[in-house]
Design a protein around this ligand. Structure first.
Ligand code: NAG
Ligand code: NAG
Ligand code: NAG
Length: 423
């Protein structure tokens, strides 16, 4: 990511110029379940917490939650190692009735390292790559599949914005959610890597009837490419296409109090429900772009067909300032949700309708609570989950520890889309 930052506040509302209805109140369109000024972790006891603070293993202001997914009553939250002092990169929160139902203020639970503290402990310098086996180092996004597995895409890098230490190669780590054990570790081979490769998003293509034939699609946002991983073959291949590239006219971001320029390529990959022969449509977009594209997943799954230029379709632009990170499809309705990082909101498009700017809805919008909506998923009975984390201010400015900086929202999909063009 580009780290050139220009300072100054921008009156976002004035720039939005958007047509859709804008609600009021925290995360209008969504319900704020969890909210933290700073996150803390479930240390064994106060002494362990004090030791971590004293040693610099835990620097609270360097811990920004970024990715999420839900499986049953477990909410997984990632905290990438942008800087030194991230206590644990993969964490779980046990959702209880009070968190889910209370109409009171949002909860601020401790993060419990997952699957264990041990697995989240960074190997010391000089320990070698072997010491990273079975560990989670720096995870941006995760995906819980319908086969009881959690897929984590691990960059292998500590202190990304500082000394940038490569602790291990970028890896796919898959954890069995029943036993909480790592069941597969796959380091991306050199053939899949480019000098600028950087791994921030994963989509998993599987149903509960095809658990042994799963595919994962890993977005290389740094080097504008895609890597396909086959569970059955335990092998991967790189895919290149012009449509994975950033748009040089769409790389300027005004988010929260920060203005910065990014040239991030392929990011969000959202999968349609499978068709009769099990193939899906992958809808995808680069981050520094406002365009959406589509390709059949069968194309990606065949390494000799995946680079076929003509298999890919341009859908069109989502509109001004409609840059997006993660996207996800609610399979029963076919509604695609996407973060609107440059508009403090969540967009939607009903994939049963033609793709056009008019058919893009604003599912949620809030100039305070939805500053940098970073990840979203639809899970657990059709709820849309969204995490916002003021990433622009975290990276380029200063977060105020007296303000709420990190939030997690949830709302049933039918309520989210009611009254929008996505209904
Ligand atoms: C999958 O491939 C990786 C990398 O080549 C290897 O380390 C691992 O043992 C393999 N796993 C299985 C289950 O074959
Ligand atoms: C598999 O998924 C389908 C559709 O979501 C569901 O109806 C079915 O009960 C699931 N089967 C199992 C064994 O979980
Ligand atoms: C993969 O693609 C190649 C090239 O288009 C084609 O010849 C081959 O039949 C495909 N393989 C499968 C299994 O579909």
């Amino acid at each position: 990511m580009e780290q050139r930052a220009a300072w100054g506040c921008v009156a976002l509302a004035a720039l939005l110029g958007c047509c859709a209805a804008q609600g009021a109140g925290p995360g209008a369109g969504l319900r704020e379940l969890l909210a933290w000024k700073q996150v803390s972790f479930a240390f064994a006891d106060d002494a362990a917490r004090s030791r971590a603070l004293d040693s610099g293993d835990f620097v609270p202001e360097h811990n920004a939650p970024l990715g999420l997914d839900v499986s049953g009553d477990r909410l997984f939250v990632t905290v990438p190692r942008w800087r030194k002092g991230v206590a644990a990169t993969l964490n779980v929160i046990h959702l209880d009735d009070a968190m889910l139902r209370s109409d009171g203020p949002p909860a601020a639970p401790l993060l419990q390292p997952y699957p264990s503290w041990e697995a989240n402990t960074l190997p010391a310098e000089g320990e070698g790559e072997g010491a990273a086996a079975g560990k989670l180092l720096s995870v941006f996004r995760v995906r819980a599949d319908p086969c009881g597995r959690l897929w984590a895409l691990d960059t292998g890098l500590d202190d990304l914005l500082g000394s940038t230490r490569r602790v291990a190669p970028a890896r796919l780590v898959v954890i069995d959610l029943a036993s909480d054990r790592v069941v597969r570790e796959y380091a991306l081979p050199d053939a899949d890597l480019k000098p600028d490769s950087f791994w921030a998003h994963i989509a998993v293509d599987v149903t509960n009837a095809t658990c042994d034939d799963a595919f994962a699609y890993l977005s290389d946002v740094g080097a504008q490419g895609l890597v396909v991983y086959s569970w059955k073959q335990n092998a991967s291949w790189r895919v290149e296409h012009h449509f994975f590239n950033f748009d040089p006219l769409r790389g300027n971001f005004h988010i929260g109090g920060a203005n910065f320029q990014w040239k991030d390529g392929l990011f969000g990959v959202a999968l349609s429900a499978p068709d009769d022969d099990g193939g899906r449509t992958a809808y995808f977009h680069p981050l520094a772009s406002t365009h959406e594209f589509a390709v059949p997943t069968r194309v990606w799954q065949n390494s000799s067909a995946a680079d076929d230029y003509y298999a890919y379709r341009v859908l069109g632009s989502r509109g001004e300032r409609a840059q997006s990170t993660a996207s996800f499809i609610h399979e029963p309705s076919g509604v695609l949700f996407y973060t609107l990082v440059n508009r403090n909101g969540v967009g939607c498009w009903n994939t049963n309708k033609p793709f056009s700017e008019e058919n893009q809805g604003l599912a949620a919008h809030d100039d305070k609570a939805l500053i940098f909506p970073n990840d979203l998923k639809v899970c657990g009975g059709g709820n849309l989950w969204v995490l916002s984390n003021r990433l622009g201010d975290f990276l380029y400015g200063k977060l105020d520890p007296n303000e709420v900086n990190y939030r997690i929202f949830r709302r049933p999909v039918p309520e989210v889309v009611r009254g929008t063009v996505c209904e």
